[in-house]
Design a protein around this ligand. Structure first.
Ligand code: SF4
Ligand code: SF4
Ligand code: FES
Length: 357
């Protein structure tokens, strides 16, 4: 099943000169996979010559009721070849029943995301490698071969009611909004819904063990949740369903994002900050951590446990004994509220808000 535009495979590939001038989008290109790495397909294909053979293994779901397996294909390299070109070659010449999705062929529609050599990429934007494994995105059910079920993602986005409900009547054009007011929401608007971040997220990978919405739905949510015109009561109600504090800030999503969206710093963290103001009970753990650091200049696990779990923490004796044995908690230091050299600085930086818990 090759989706729309199979005919495009016959068209010449866009010529991209190896010495193409560097683009400057003000993005930290050191982050893997975040941007075009400031080079073109030719520059990324220097190890290959037209006519070389690519050794490609494609993950195929069980056909005719059989188990899933890797199917190996030899594909002749063409100048400036993308992963999508290799898939189209396979579908046209080796396995006409291979299923994969694509539409725009130019990093706009977000439908072609797959994992290549264990990394989430857009097939239409990624240069081929001499040897590649190509598999479907993780954390989503596979419909067939490389095609995943996007319905759970779309339902989650729909559940976030991604439209504006104004708290105040429309003020007329132009709206009194500054660039800073919209800085985070407008970053989120760059999302092409490819789900690469969702596949890369280890917390989403926990499945039913977590209620975390995952990075891709949260980026969509942020487009309106971080818009100051949106009704704060609505945002608070929806934040309560997001599981946002389950994010562990590992940055895997940012590394995978082909649209270079700073997902953690411009989406997740601002959403957490908004939740801390609009729904402080959700942010109980984060606020307790802040309070402990402000008070002591460091994390004191014993005090953090007490603040988060209260006296329930004392009821879990086996766990307490394990923590004591491993030196994770030090009751004496906790009781004596030992301060250190960083205490004054932490208190100054975090202010009296740190001590409110
Ligand atoms: S930073 Fe948060 S959202 Fe991103 S991959 Fe890690 S846990 Fe998932
Ligand atoms: S945030 Fe980036 S990786 Fe995630 S869906 Fe949007 S464009 Fe894709
Ligand atoms: S085909 Fe549209 S983003 Fe790749």
């Amino acid at each position: 099943m090759v989706s729309a535009r199979d005919t495009q495979a016959a068209l010449p590939l866009p010529a991209i000169a190896a010495d193409m001038p560097l683009l400057d989008h003000g993005i930290d290109a050191r982050r893997l996979g975040q941007f075009d790495r400031r080079d073109g397909l030719l520059a990324r294909n220097t190890r290959l010559q037209p006519g070389d053979t690519l050794a490609i293994k494609v993950w195929r779901s069980g056909l005719d009721g059989g188990p899933p397996s890797w199917a190996a294909f030899d594909v002749p390299y063409r100048k400036a070849m993308r992963v999508l070109d290799a898939l189209i070659f396979i579908a046209e010449n080796r396995a006409s029943d291979l299923a994969f999705r694509w539409y725009c062929g130019s990093k706009m529609c977000g439908t072609c995301a797959v994992r290549v050599n264990g990394r989430e990429v857009l097939a239409c934007w990624e240069a081929v490698e001499p040897a590649m494994t190509i598999e479907p995105l993780r954390n989503l059910a596979v419909i067939r071969d490389l095609v995943v079920d996007r319905v759970p993602f779309e339902r989650r986005v729909e559940g976030f009611e991604p439209w504006l409900e104004r708290a105040a009547p429309y003020a007329g054009f132009p709206e009194p909004l500054s660039h800073m007011d919209m800085a985070n929401a407008s970053k989120a608007l760059d999302c092409i819904g490819c789900m690469a971040c969702y596949s890369a997220c280890p917390v989403v990978g926990l499945g039913d063990l977590t209620d975390f919405a995952g990075p891709a739905p949260l980026v969509q949510f942020a487009q309106t949740a971080l818009d100051p015109r949106n009704d704060a009561r609505k945002v608070a109600r929806l934040l309560a369903t997001s599981g946002i504090f389950n994010c562990v800030s590992c940055y895997k999503c940012e590394e995978a994002c082909p649209a270079a969206i700073p997902i953690v710093s411009r989406v997740i963290e601002p959403l957490k900050a908004r939740a801390a103001v609009l729904a402080p009970r959700m942010a109980h753990h984060a606020l307790a951590l802040r309070a402990v650091v402000a008070l002591r200049g460091r994390v004191d696990p014993g005090e953090l446990m007490l603040r988060v779990q209260g006296l329930r923490a004392l009821g879990r004796l086996r766990r307490l004994a394990r923590f004591l044995w491993r030196g994770k908690i030090k009751p004496l230091a906790t009781l004596l509220r030992r301060r250190n050299a960083a205490t004054a600085a932490a208190g100054r930086i975090l202010g009296d808000k740190g001590g409110t818990q």
